[in-house]
Design a protein around this ligand. Structure first.
Ligand SMILES: Nc1ncnc2c1ncn2[C@@H]1O[C@H](COP(=O)(O)OP(=O)(O)OP(=O)(O)O)[C@@H](O)[C@H]1O
Length: 610
């Protein structure tokens, strides 16, 4: 992967790794040569062949020292840049994996959603980012080469010492790796306890839970839970692996100390020259540094590998869902049928049944429903009746388990899903709060089209949000997030109106189906009355589906269906359904009764009384 995202940086990193490993070993030999000439220089002076030779060796030593420093900093810069590219490439990969499936089953499946969120978090910390592998592996390889090279040099003093250093160093590397892996899996939540710790930490520190935490006095409880669990998990992590790593380090240290004493004794007996002793002493110390570098970068490597594994798990989980989608016929087939001006006649649900993946309970059960083109249809029903599910099927977020959807008689599966979605504009109950400018939030309705400012203003006006946008610090240019300088946040109702403006903008630029899923859920009485008053104007000539528990909006639709038991139980206009005196009439009256005494509140009761 490093090679794919940055071949030049990979070559530079690999080259500096070799240079950074070879230079200190060479330095040991060169310093030995300088020390070996020290006696001659002392006897004959610097202006002598021995002195000149010593000067040359000293210059070479200085040069090598420079190489060590320069190679280290170039390696660090190149591998960091390479790591950034790797992270960016992996992030693009996750975006592709999450965005590519035609449906949204992977995002609503709790296990996959959890994996995706973990995969996303992978890039939050700086140490554990997968891209850090470029630096840590470079450091690790350098450390290992240095150790082996040092052992070869030390073997020149005595093969036994070389073998002992190699054995102790390798054991230390092995134990450090095992300890690092345990620490990494603890730190990055691959163990069950770590996941629970993360969950408790999130609850106790996130703004989302702040209100409940205060109301129920949960702060101390969460901290205590966290502490108990943390202490238990640390006992698992701290024993026994690090003890073995400590033992291995002690043995390596002992080998080095014994080696130093041995060299000193032999030098004292004049069995080896001062120059040779200097080479071996440095080789021992360089080998020790190699072991330490391996241990340190090994920990970082394990941390980055742990996050890479989590990332891979997320991508694999999403791809598994995408494969299932493909098997279920949800491929984003190239358009075989032009959809640009559809529907002209109708959208039809033909005996549609649907159960969510992993569930056998049917949400829709042989549903027959006709949505006439250019008219408005309201869908009502109790909570959980399947209203939003109908919309998800219409938008091809899921495919029916049985039956089919057609547009003007053409099976929707023969239509390119993305092309079809361009025909649809929607206001969802839980509309996304894009942290973009107000203008961009509206033009997102047609992201690839040139910005049409009069269109933006008109959509904002019709959605009833124009005055609120004008009052923002930079009007349409205000970033809609208080996290940005000069930014501002909106209220729930304002976000909903903005979402309506986005949908209207999409409609003005070609979409032909308007979906309003609880468009008044967050609106105050005045805004709801405004929406009610403009409903006919907003939906004129459009194929509109409105889902609402608010009958003020529902009753304005050309026709209304009541959903019950996964099928249409009643269908007709408001007047027809009231005359039928069935479920619709009962639900309508229940809601109207709540307003019956508030005759002075003309806005709040708008459209409710029959
Ligand atoms: N992603 C999902 N996975 C599994 N079951 C789901 C999922 N989404 C919805 N359901 C279930 O499907 C049923 C219908 O849900 P749906 O959201 O369509 O109802 P609704 O009529 O829109 O309800 P409400 O009026 O409360 O918004 C419910 O029982 C719900 O629990």
């Amino acid at each position: 992967m490093a090679w794919q995202v940055g071949p030049v940086l990979t070559v530079v990193t690999a080259f500096t790794v070799l240079l950074g490993a070879a230079a200190p070993l060479g330095l040991a030999g060169v310093v030995g040569a300088v020390v070996g000439r020290a006696g001659d220089v002392a006897a004959k002076g610097l202006i002598s062949p021995a002195g000149r030779s010593a000067l040359w060796w000293s210059a070479l030593a200085a040069g090598l020292l420079m190489v060590v420093w320069v190679a280290g900093s170039v390696r660090s810069a190149a591998s960091t840049a390479l790591g950034e590219r790797i992270d960016a490439s992996l992030q693009r990969e996750l975006m592709r994996a999450v965005g590519e499936p035609v449906g949204i089953g992977h995002l609503e499946d709790p296990r996959t959603a959890e994996l995706i969120s973990v995969g996303r978090e992978t890039f939050r910390g700086s140490w554990g980012r997968p891209g850090r592998l470029a630096s840590t592996v470079a450091g690790l390889v350098t450390g290992r080469i240095v150790l082996v090279g040092a052992c070869v040099l030390v073997a020149g003093f005595h093969p036994l010492l070389g073998i002992a250093l190699l054995a102790a160093g390798s054991w230390t590397a092995y134990e450090e790796k095992a300890a690092s892996r345990a620490e990494a899996s603890h730190h990055y939540g691959t163990t069950e306890v770590a996941r629970r710790l993360e969950y408790l930490y999130g609850l106790g520190s996130s703004p989302e839970a702040a209100k409940e935490v205060r109301i129920f006095g949960l702060a101390g409880f969460l901290r205590d839970r966290y502490t108990t669990l943390w202490q238990r998990s640390m006992a698992d992590v701290l024993t026994p692996l690090p003890r073995r790593a400590v033992a291995a380090n002690v043995v390596t240290g002992a080998v080095v100390v014994c080696g130093l004493v041995w060299i000193a004794v032999r030098a004292g007996r004049a069995e080896v020259t001062a120059g040779q002793a200097a080479v071996w002493v440095q080789a021992l110390m360089t080998g020790l540094r190699g072991v330490q570098q391996s241990a340190w970068t090994g920990l970082q490597t394990e941390l980055a590998l742990a996050t890479l594994r989590r990332f891979d798990e997320a991508v694999e989980a999403v791809e598994a869902v995408a494969t299932k989608d493909r098997d279920a016929g949800m491929t984003n087939v190239p358009a075989t049928v032009a959809v640009a001006d559809r529907p002209r006649r109708e959208i039809r649900f033909e005996r549609v049944s649907f159960s969510y993946p992993g569930s056998t309970a049917p949400v829709l059960d042989g549903l027959d429903l006709v949505v006439p083109a250019g008219r408005s249809l309201a869908i009502v029903g109790v909570n959980g009746a399947g209203k939003t599910t109908i919309i998800k099927l219409l938008c091809r977020m899921y495919e029916p388990t049985n039956g089919r959807l057609t547009v003007d008689g053409t099976d929707l599966t023969a239509v390119d899903a993305r092309g079809w979605r361009r025909q649809v504009a929607a206001v969802f109950q839980d509309a996304t709060r894009f942290p973009l400018t107000a203008r961009e939030s509206i033009t997102m309705g047609r992201p690839r089209a040139a910005v049409d400012q009069p269109g933006v203003e008109s959509a904002a006006e019709r959605a009833g949000i124009a005055d609120e946008i004008a009052a923002l610090p930079s009007a349409f240019d205000t970033p809609l997030s208080s996290h940005y300088p000069g930014g501002a946040d909106l209220s729930g109702g304002q976000w909903q109106k903005l979402s309506l403006a986005r949908a209207l903008y999409a409609v003005d630029h070609g979409a032909r189906v308007l979906i309003l899923d609880e468009p008044a859920a967050h609106l105050d009485a005045r805004a709801e009355a405004g929406l009610y008053a403009r409903f006919l104007e907003l939906t004129a000539g459009l194929t509109t589906i409105v889902i609402s528990h608010r009958f003020s909006t529902v009753r304005r639709a050309d026709s209304i269906v009541v959903l019950d038991g996964g099928r249409v139980a009643e269908r007709g206009s408001h007047e027809e359904l009231m005359a039928l005196d069935g479920e619709y009439a009962e639900m309508f009256r229940l809601q109207a009764e709540r307003f019956v005494d508030r005759t002075d509140d003309s806005e709040g009761t708008a459209g409710i009384t029959s």
